[in-house]
Every structure is written in C-alpha cells, then in structure tokens.
Write a protein that binds this ligand. Structure first.
Ligand SMILES: [Zn+2]
Length: 227
C-alpha cells in the first residue's frame, strides 16, 4: 500500500483569539524521508482486514523504526544501559521552548554561534536551520557540533530539537548524542518548523509510550499566547 498523504506536509497552524498552535510533527506515510534513505528504515503500512461488500472493518498494521519522522531519542540510543524514552518525565517534555533562527549556519552549529542567542535553564531549545527549507534527505544537513552540545548542557536546558532526522553527523563516537543524553537532556529530531519564527513559546512534546526503546515517535506542539 503506497498511500499518498492527503494533507499538507507543512506544519498545521491553528489560531484562536488567545493563542496560536503550531504542529511541528512530520506526517508518517509510506515513501516519507528516512535516515540516509535506507529502505529498512522506511515505514510499511499493511492492511490486515478490509471491507467485503461494505461489511466488516478496515484495519492496518504499521511497521515503524522508532526513529521515524519527528521523535525523541532516549539515553539507551547512545549509552549502554541507558533508559528508554518512557523515562522522560512529563514535566521535562511540557514547558517553555526557545526557537532559535539559525538559518545563517551551514554545516555545524557551534558553541560560538549559540553564544549569540539568549537561552535560559530549563528551556527546550529548538534549532531552526536551513534544513527546514527542504524535507527531502540531504547528507550535508546542518547539525549540532560537539562543542555546541557541551555549551547547551552547561546551560542546563531541558531539551534540544532540530529540523533534521539526526542531531549530528560525521562526528566519530557520536559525542553530541552522548553529551546531551548523558545529562538527561531530551533530544528531538525530525521537526518541521514551517513559518514558526524565533521566540519563546509553550511546548508539548508527547512521545508514544513505548517501553524500553531507544527512541519514540512524538507529536510536538508549540503554543503562542496572545498572537
Ligand atoms: Zn533518533
């Protein structure tokens, strides 16, 4: 089954008088972009029951890598014996987000660049980069450098998110993952920012309640009060 996703692939924005909602989650469908375009990473939808003459029920089974689309990485992903994604407390996943506009960066986001930004302890820091302008896979995506991760860890943030399917690339030993996850900082990968601008927002990160996994697909919502 290769169903084309019917909705828009840009983030959904809903508005009312008191607040504006942004959905930063990627839609999940067969043929969506996956890590390094590896076929074994691609989701597979199988219809296990269908209507016959209008009777019965329609049912679907989905085979999904836990790092599909928008997801959180758990300590277990990079640290032997680390905890699964269920271990993040909700208090860490719901709170204040700071969206940084880093579209000027190509390659690595360094500590030097991050020092130009205002970041407060306890925030979930969201890195909006030029990755956002294209949803297809690119080997040379913008990533968080080891010294950038160390700087954010020193700032005692609650989490960090990026608009690539990985938060780092081409760094032997995966130091960015190890520094962040070693400090208990939640990593969110695969965000879609669309027209979200830099600034402070409320955030809800809601990973599936999978037990003992190194990652979990997540719905990520931003709330802007009094838009
Ligand atoms: Zn991941």
């Amino acid at each position: 089954m290769a169903t084309e996703y019917a909705g828009g692939r840009r983030p959904v924005r809903q508005e009312c008088e008191l607040m504006r909602l942004y959905d930063l989650s990627r839609p999940i469908y067969e043929g969506m972009p996956v890590w390094r375009e590896k076929p074994e990473k691609a989701p597979v939808f199988t219809v296990t029951s269908d209507f016959v003459d209008g009777q019965g029920m329609h049912e679907t089974r989905v085979a999904l890598d836990v790092h599909t689309g928008t997801h959180v990485d758990a300590p277990l992903h990079a640290l032997p014996g680390g905890k699964g994604a269920e271990a993040y407390p909700l208090e860490q996943l719901i709170g204040e987000a700071e969206v940084l506009d880093l579209k000027d960066v190509s390659g690595a986001i360094t500590a030097t660049r991050l020092k130009q930004e205002t970041i407060a302890a306890g925030q979930i820091v969201l890195l909006k980069t030029r990755n956002s302008s294209d949803e297809a896979w690119h080997d040379d995506f913008v990533y968080l450098a080891e010294d950038g991760a160390r700087y954010l860890a020193e700032k005692e943030i609650a989490g960090v998110g990026i608009d690539a399917l990985g938060i780092e690339r081409d760094q032997p030993g995966h130091p960015t993952h190890k520094i962040l996850l070693g400090k208990g900082i939640v990593i969110i990968e695969g965000l879609l920012f669309g027209d979200v601008s830099a600034g402070t927002y409320g955030i809800v990160v809601a990973p599936l309640r999978l037990i003992g996994c190194d990652a979990a697909p997540a719905r990520v919502l931003l709330v802007q009060k009094n838009p």
